[in-house]
Design a protein around this ligand. Structure first.
Ligand code: PLP
Length: 438
């Protein structure tokens, strides 16, 4: 592993003295791949530039929001305009109405939506609302799915929890997780069993619309629809977490793909609540949860379920999110799909050419590579991959100017700005990286 990044190294040394692990979110640290995290200074299109002036093709995209690419002129103009009028008022404003209307227009099951400031807040609030609506306490979640750092939902979570190989988080009282039933992803029989044991105590099932925090593990055909059926049969709600997939996989996220009939088994169903984040903030802090109007009506000030936020619906953040959403059209989605397909295939083929068994898994334009020849259906499968191979692969790509997620358990993100030049740079870097992984 080489480091020619003295400015990043110097900042990291300072960061380590004032911030735990030197980072403000664990997945940014290079814990599972080793080495010094690169401190980024700027980004434009598909490219980001670190404080040492080195350029990288970015396949992280701030973990999802930068779907149009960095510094997209429309997003920057919208933010600049909003900033010029003031930063926050703590009153309602036009921007939040426009963003809510845009979300409701695009995602059919969302009749009403409330804006928050992160995906974590969205899922936390959705679970509280489901509990308030059903007057029940238990929650079914899937091992390897990540729903933010909500106490109860950290049980067998993906993302950084998976990267750091933590079973759960310390600091979460057992009384909190006692109400969470963790079952394997893609396993309908396990969900049925949980309901047969605790049916009238279960408030909701929460699932990633397509699991993408243990690497990308798409739901089996009809899985999400069956979850809705089982939940409804038992008087519970289905929360579909589209923080990662929402507005990325299609105009209406993963739900849109399924409802459009790409998965014929999944037609004619709807989650009760959906959660969003990432893309709807355009790079600024926004989350949202929404769904059935009769459920949403329970939220304060209408109803008894309390939920609030000083910066919820912030005018600058909603302006960024709205511009981001408005930039997403059929042409962009087609480009994202094609780019994901091309990059995924290039990587998989290069690894095979170097004799490294691997599995490319996709949910729309989200994808990841598992270092295993077997198909990955759930968290146990994901953890069986030869993730030790990833560090050498990652650092070879990094040295060649390709910024990948610093963990074998994360999705890769393409943007509308990934062009032939970016793809060529990726293709050129792959043979050496694949050889390093062998
Ligand atoms: N839900 C999913 C599916 C996510 O991928 C994430 C973050 O990666 C979250 C929730 C939490 O969002 P945030 O990091 O904005 O709190």
């Amino acid at each position: 592993m080489t480091t020619h990044s003295p400015a990043s190294a110097a900042l990291f040394a300072r960061a380590l003295t004032v911030t735990p692990g030197g980072v403000n979110s664990p997945v940014r640290a290079f814990r599972s791949v080793g080495g010094t995290p690169r401190f980024m200074a700027s980004g434009r299109g598909a490219w980001i530039t670190d404080v040492d002036g080195k350029h990288y093709v970015d396949l992280v995209g701030s973990w999802g929001p930068m779907i149009l690419g960095h510094s997209h002129p429309d997003v920057i103009a919208a933010v600049t305009d909003a900033v010029s009028r003031g930063l926050s008022f703590g009153t309602p404003g036009e921007g939040e109405v426009l963003l809510a209307e845009e979300i409701v227009r695009r995602v059919a099951p969302v009749e009403q939506v409330r804006l928050v400031s992160s995906g974590t807040e969205a899922t936390m609030s959705a679970v509280r609302l489901a509990r308030g609506f059903t007057k029940r306490t238990k929650v079914v979640k899937f091992a390897g799915c990540y729903h933010g750092h909500v106490d109860a939902l950290l049980a067998s979570a993906g993302s950084g929890v998976a990267t750091l190989a933590l079973p759960d988080s310390a600091g979460v009282p057992a009384t909190t997780t006692a109400d969470v039933i963790v079952v394997p992803y893609n396993d309908i029989a396990a969900v049925e069993l949980a309901f047969s044991k605790y049916g009238d105590e279960i408030a909701c099932v929460i699932t990633e619309a397509a699991a993408a925090n243990m690497g990308v593990v798409p739901p089996l055909p009809g899985f999400n629809k069956m979850l809705a059926e089982i939940a409804h049969r038992n008087g519970a709600l289905l929360i579909s977490d589209e923080v990662m997939t929402g507005f990325r996989l299609s105009r209406a996220g993963m739900y849109g793909l399924e409802a459009a009939g790409l998965d014929p088994v999944a037609q004619g169903w709807a989650p009760d609540l959906l959660t969003f984040g990432k893309v709807i903030g355009g790079g600024l802090p926004v989350g949202a949860f929404g769904g059935r109007a009769d459920v949403m009506a329970l939220l304060a000030p209408e109803g008894p379920v309390y939920q609030a936020g000083t910066l919820s619906g912030n005018p600058v953040a909603t302006a960024a999110g709205l511009a981001n959403l408005r930039g997403l059209n059929d042409t962009v989605y087609a480009h994202l799909n094609e780019t994901a397909n091309t990059v995924g295939r290039l990587v998989s083929d290069a690894l095979y050419a170097a004799g490294v068994p691997n599995r490319l898994q996709r949910a729309g334009n989200l994808f990841s590579i598992f270092f295993t020849a077997e198909q990955v259906f759930n968290y146990d499968d994901a953890r069986e991959q030869e993730s030790f191979r990833y560090a050498a692969f990652f650092h070879s790509m990094l040295d060649a100017g390709i910024y990948l997620p610093p963990s074998a358990f994360e999705a890769w993100f393409v943007s509308a700005a990934h062009d032939d030049l970016a793809l060529q740079q990726i293709a050129d870097a792959l043979p050496a990286a694949a050889a390093a992984a062998a």
